[in-house]
Design a binder for this molecule. Structure first.
Ligand code: S3P
Length: 430
């Protein structure tokens, strides 16, 4: 019998935290950012911005940032270490591409395997120069310079690629136009607009940025991260008895694909206290237990729940219902090959699952799941299986549970707080 009750405010949104810090650094004047995520990925952005000459205090949930202006970054002395963070590497490479210096970008083993030509191509078309030291990943050197304007069709849906191009255009002071197959998270656009940039959505999935002399400082309360809240939405939906409120969650529609999928499966989630924060919809989620049924997720739905797909697979396995995901090959280019990592771990604990080239399949019936999970250092995999492990009858041990610090350092404690359970040994401090 699992009972999940209470109220939880998960940490600040990671995507908005990265962008708030980067844009505040490029603004003129002092920005006031509250509710910043304290995740390791955000620490990487702070470290990299500091190496570029921004006088940032140590990362904390509230920070005042004195911007250096669009042309005020300085040449770094050493390599820019992006840790595990693809968003740090890709967005800041866009900024450096428009600066009059070069910088070498490095990252951990996982980040070094992730594809970077996707940003190098458009930025090279704008006249930046990239020097890759190996294949398609880090380390690389970006030689910034005088960029020219560009119109770029990303051919897919990536907020990091779109963001890199927009930031390059912003710092270079040239027009850029980005077209995506379907709209990726649009936090860069919304924040830029709130800071006075001339940014327009011309047609569906077409965004254009026109030269802006200066960015006004930013004042923001970063809402809670919907990708982190999703773990607890899943848990309360799967519980026998629950009434869980997740407060202040970012409900931007480019991020709510998981909630739509859960509704489609029969979850009972209601929205309360709707408000707007720097152009984004924010609200609380009240979650009650649901009787879940199967669902299929197809390509058009993927961008709005890309980070939550491993969790959705775990929800299906936990509930013992059918799930088919297609059009999601991008999952193979995340912190781990998430199709492989999810399916191999589900099979290891006795669930029924199979890999597809561009997705996966999970099917019932519900059974008790026992075994050890190797999340391959991938934070979202560890947390998704942490939820499976909290369900009655399941016994799951998660190796290296501390990897959750990449996006949600207090995850195990929060899980323990709402259910009195903890899967991780070194992940729990109390
Ligand atoms: C992010 C964009 C997404 C997402 C990642 C964060 C961002 O990646 O998966 O966790 O903050 O821009 P892509 O842009 O590569 O799809």
């Amino acid at each position: 019998m699992l009972s999940v009750r209470g109220q939880l405010r998960v940490p600040g949104d990671k995507s908005i935290s990265h962008r708030s810090l980067i844009l505040a650094a490029l603004a003129e004047g002092e920005s006031d950012i509250r509710g910043i995520s304290d995740a390791a990925d955000i620490r990487a952005t702070v470290t990299v911005l500091r190496s570029l000459g921004v006088a940032l205090p140590a990362l904390s949930t509230s920070m005042r940032v004195e911007g250096v202006g669009l042309r005020g970054l300085t040449s770094p002395r050493g390599a820019l270490d992006c840790g595990n963070s693809g968003t740090t590497a890709r967005l800041i490479a866009g900024v450096v591409a428009a600066c009059d210096f070069s910088a070498r970008f490095v990252g951990d083993e996982s980040l070094s395997r992730r594809p970077m030509k996707r940003i190098a191509e458009p930025l090279t078309a704008m006249r930046a120069r990239f020097e890759f030291e190996g294949g398609d990943g880090l380390p690389f050197i970006v030689h910034g310079g005088d960029l020219k304007s560009a119109t770029w069709n990303t051919g897919g849906s990536s907020a990091q690629v779109k963001g890199a191009i927009l930031l390059a255009g912003l710092v270079a002071g040239v027009d850029v136009r980005v077209h995506e197959k379907s709209l990726s998270r649009d936090h860069t656009e919304r924040l830029l607009r709130s800071m006075g940039a001339d940014i327009r959505v011309d047609r569906e999935n077409h965004v254009s940025l026109h030269p802006t002399a200066r960015l006004s400082p930013l004042t923001i309360d970063v809402p809670a991260d919907p990708s982190s809240a999703a773990f607890f939405v899943a848990l309360a939906s799967l519980a026998d008895e629950s009434e869980l409120v997740l407060s202040d969650v970012c409900l931007n529609s480019t991020r709510t694909g998981f909630l739509r999928a859960m509704h489609g499966m029969g979850a009972i989630i209601s929205r309360e206290d709707a408000k707007t924060c720097n152009g984004d919809e924010v609200g609380s989620l009240r979650v009650l237990p649901g009787i879940l049924t199967g669902i299929a997720i197809t390509e058009a739905e993927v961008p709005a729940l890309i980070d939550e797909l491993p969790l959705l697979a775990c929800v299906a396995a936990g509930a013992g219902v059918d799930l088919e995901i297609s059009g999601a090959e991008e999952l193979r280019a995340k912190e781990s090959d998430r199709i492989k990592t999810v399916v191999s771990n589900l099979i290891a604990i006795g669930a029924r699952a199979e890999e597809r080239k561009d997705g996966l399949r999970v099917w019932g019936p519900r059974r008790e799941l026992h075994g050890t999970i190797d999340p391959a250092g991938d934070h979202r995999i560890a947390m998704a299986f942490g939820i499976v492990g909290a369900l009655p009858g399941n016994r799951i041990k998660i190796e290296s549970p501390a990897c959750v610090s990449v996006s949600y350092p207090t995850f195990w404690n929060d899980l323990k707080r709402v259910v009195g359970y903890c899967a991780g040994s070194d992940g729990c401090s109390s």
